[in-house]
Design a protein around this ligand. Structure first.
Ligand code: R1P
Ligand code: URA
Length: 292
């Protein structure tokens, strides 16, 4: 069987770079920070001691450089799990597919990937301007239904409890759930809340926000907030984490998602200075990541 990956499946541009990211294999570090907002990339790379290269195509901005001897890339994903599908397949291709032969490399590389994002808290006890590490990503989008993967026994138990406790709208999503990389999570305990992060396919109705549209599932937030299984609670909402953890499972990368809490949906509060809390998350996150 021809194992060569065709030009239509893995698109490499005239620069020899992967299509959406416009990054070449040698331009990517093996420790990667992902951020949603393209402008946040510079907010991370300004802390680098040396910048080796800057690349951009569409909303995907990548800066690669060094903190001390540690080589890092920071990549913006834009918003949503559909973008995570693109970014993660291309990051994986950059390290695990030979761009000359178009064959999967015999020795695979496992990347370390940490998301530094923003999020809304679903517990009264998690105030704005605090930080949450996602112990699990629970997807209410449908991205992971397109991939084959195995859940652990504990993940299956959590999913079963979720299906029993949280009613979703008829014809709604098939929830997916994945655990954070323990190798990365162990470095992010002090100063972080920890819990299950729910990943939504939108910012408004999918996160229970009402402006002028009417919700099909008005009890969603209450049910998520009161979910409890084996001391696991849902701490927050955002739009990428479950796909990051899911794609990490499928492709064999170590992934962790950390969020600055900019909104508390229970107290109905919003941060007074989103820039400051994100800047503080970046500083704290980089200090830890540079030392791993
Ligand atoms: C919505 O405003 C966006 O903010 C959050 C959500 O996940 C979504 O991407 O994360 P970022 O600030 O990292 O983009
Ligand atoms: N990002 C989200 O997706 N939701 C919030 O409430 C805040 C940030």
């Amino acid at each position: 069987m021809d194992k060569r990956i065709a030009e239509s499946e893995l698109i490499i541009n005239s620069r020899g770079a992967v299509y959406h990211l416009d990054v070449r294999p040698e331009e990517l570090a093996h420790t990667i920070i992902t951020v949603g907002d393209p402008d946040r990339v510079q907010g991370v790379s300004k802390h680098f001691d040396k910048i080796e290269g800057k690349y951009q195509h569409r909303e995907f901005v990548t800066h690669t450089g060094y903190i001390g001897n540690k080589r890092l890339s920071v990549v913006s994903t834009g918003i949503g799990t559909d973008n995570i599908d693109i970014v993660f397949n291309e990051l994986d291709a950059l390290v695990n597919i030979d761009f000359n032969t178009r064959l999967i490399k015999p020795e695979l590389t496992s990347l370390q990937i940490v998301r530094l994002g923003t999020s809304g808290a679903l517990q009264d006890s998690i105030p704005v301007d605090s930080f949450v590490v996602s112990s699990h990503g629970l997807g209410l989008d449908n991205l992971m239904t397109y991939y084959a993967y195995e859940n652990t026994t504990h993940e299956k138990q959590l999913l079963e409890a979720f299906r029993g406790q949280v009613a979703l709208q008829p014809g709604g999503p098939a929830p997916s759930l994945f655990t954070a990389s323990e190798k990365l999570h162990q470095h992010f305990r002090d100063g972080f809340h920890t819990g299950i992060t729910v990943t939504c396919p939108g910012f408004y109705a999918p996160q229970g926000r009402v402006l002028r549209g009417t919700l099909s599932n008005p009890n969603l937030i209450d049910n998520l907030t009161s979910f409890n299984y084996d001391h696991h609670r849902i701490t927050n909402f955002e739009m990428e984490t479950s796909a990051i953890y899911g794609m990490g499972r499928v492709l064999g990368h170590e992934c962790l998602s950390i969020s600055a809490i900019v909104a508390n949906r229970i107290r109905k509060e919003f941060t007074k200075d989103g820039g400051a809390v994100v800047a503080s998350l970046i500083e704290k996150g980089l200090e830890i990541i540079a030392g791993i």
